[in-house]
Design a binder for this molecule. Sequence first.
Ligand SMILES: O=C(O)Cc1cc(O)ccc1O
Ligand SMILES: [Fe+2]
Length: 427
Amino acid sequence: MSDERSYMSGLGGHFESEAVGGALPKGRNSPQKPAFGLYTEQVSGSAFTAPRHENRRSWLYRMRPTADHRTFVRYEGAKLFAPGTVDDPLPPNRLRWDPPADLPEGTDFVDGLVTMLANRDPADLEGVAVHLYRATKSMDGRVFVDADGEMLVIPQQGTLHIFTELGAMDVAPGWAGLIPRGIKFRVEVDGDSRGYVAENHGLPFRLPDLGPIGANGLASARDFETPLAWFEDRDEETEVVQKSLGSLWTTTLDHSPLDVVAWHGNYAPWRYDLSRFNAIGTVSFDHPDPSIFTVLTSPSDVPGRANADFVIFPPRWMVAEDTFRPPWFHRNVMSEAMGLIHGEYDAKADGFAPGGLSLHNLMSGHGPDLDSWKKASNADLQPAKVDGTLAFMVETCWPYRPTRFALDRSQPDYDEAWAGFPKAELP
Ligand SMILES: O=C(O)Cc1cc(O)ccc1O
Ligand SMILES: [Fe+2]
C-alpha cells in the first residue's frame, strides 16, 4: 500500500503541497479570494511569538472552515481512553504487563485506545501519557482529533493507514508515525492491529542535539516522511471525536473535515522507519547511557531534562571488552516506560513480551533480571549482534501514574525478576 502514497523528506522543514493544481496561493498566505472558493486557515503548533527555530505553523486551504461545526457534547465511547489515573498513594513498585488479553474487541482505533500510564495534566502543556490500542475495524464516518497533544503512534501488529487533514500515510510495525496536536485523522486497518501511543502534552518532539557525535548519526531529518496533500470531498455525516483537557467530546459535521486541498508550512504529520536509526555505541568498554538511543526529544523548561524522550533499542553490535554488556543495575530520577515491538529485550530474559509494557518510576531499582545477569556475567565477550529485536522507552521527568485498568492487570510477581542474586563474597 505504501507505494501508492508519496511523501516529502525531512523533519521540521517547510513544505508545500497541493492536491489540485492552483489551490496553493503564491507569494502570500491569505489572499482576498483563495482559489476555487477554498477557505484559508492557519493552524499553530507554537505561540505566534515563539523563537524562529521553535515556531511551527501551517496554512491550510480547505473546502470548509474548521470553525463550521456545532456544539460538542461528551463522548460516551472509548471508556478506557483517558479515564484518569488512580489517585491512591502509588507504591514505589516496579510494574510490568503482559499484552492485556482483554483489550477492546470489535472496535476502531479510537474506541480501542486504552490508557495505561499518564503524568501531569494536559492543561499544563507538559507531560506524557502511554496508551495501548487494539483496532479490528477501520474508523468509518468519523475522525479523531487530539487537542491535548501530539500522538506518537508505534504499531506492534498490523499496518495503520492514517488519513490526516494534511495527507495520508502508512505506518507499519517497525515504524513510528506522528500526528501533530489538533490535526484531524482517520485510521484504517487491514485486520487485528495493536500497538502503543505516546501522547505528548509538552513541546513537540524534535531531534536531539548531537553534541560531540557531530553533524550526523542517530535519526536523520531526511528519513522522516511527510505525506503530500490529500483530501476527500465527502458530503456525508462525519463524527468528530475530540480529546480536550483530558476528556472526550463529539460533534457531527455534514461533511468530512479531511478536506484540505493544499497546505504549506512546518507543522505536519510524519512517519519514520525505525530501522533507519543510526545506532551508536561503545567501541571500547562500558555500557553507555541510553540517551545515545534517543530518536526524538520533547524538552522541558529545565535544560537537558526531557519532558519526554522517545528512545529505541534496535539491532546493534556489542563489542565492549571487559564489560557487563546489557543495561546495568540502576536507579533513575527520570521515569521509564518501556514497550517491545518484537524479539527479546537484552535485560529481560523472561516476562517482557511484544505488546507488553513495563514501568520503572523514579528511583526504583531495576536492571538485568537474574537470568540475564548470569548469562551476561559469564558470556564470552566476542563481538556479538543483538538482533531481531526492537524495544522502546518513553522516558520522562514527570513520574507516571497508572490507570485502574493498568493497576488491575500488572504482573503479580514482577519483583521476582530480581530475587535470588547471590551475595558478594568479600576476601
Ligand atoms: O531500564 C532499561 O532497561 C532501559 C535502559 C537501558 C539502558 O541501556 C540503560 C539504562 C536504561 O534505563
Ligand atoms: Fe532503566
